[in-house]
Design a protein. Structure first.
Length: 95
């Protein structure tokens, strides 16, 4: 993958989380892992993300209200879990 910020969904967030890079066409799925710890009173970012912005589900509660912190970690806006992000590239089909 080329690391471009131009990313969009190829599906809906509550289905499969397939994302596509707008630059190179790579397809991938982001997943989260518990990073240890929790934050209480998580405030949503201002402005709120657009509905079409890429997102990921919290591994603990499955919420898609996951926000990036200034230090690069992620936090779930629903349960407060601190999360780490993993990107899994989807291999093109050989059809």
């Amino acid at each position: 993958m080329c690391q471009s910020p131009e990313v969009f969904y190829s599906c809906t967030p509550n289905c499969c989380f397939n994302h596509v890079c707008g630059e190179c066409g790579a397809t991938f799925e982001p997943v989260t892992h518990l990073a240890g710890g929790r934050l209480a009173g998580v405030e949503p970012p201002d402005p709120l993300p657009e509905a079409s912005d890429p997102t990921v589900a919290c591994v603990k509660c499955d919420s898609t209200t996951v926000y990036a912190l200034a230090d690069g970690r992620l936090v779930c806006g629903k349960c407060g879990s601190l999360l780490a992000l993993e990107i899994t590239e989807i291999a093109p089909s050989s059809e």
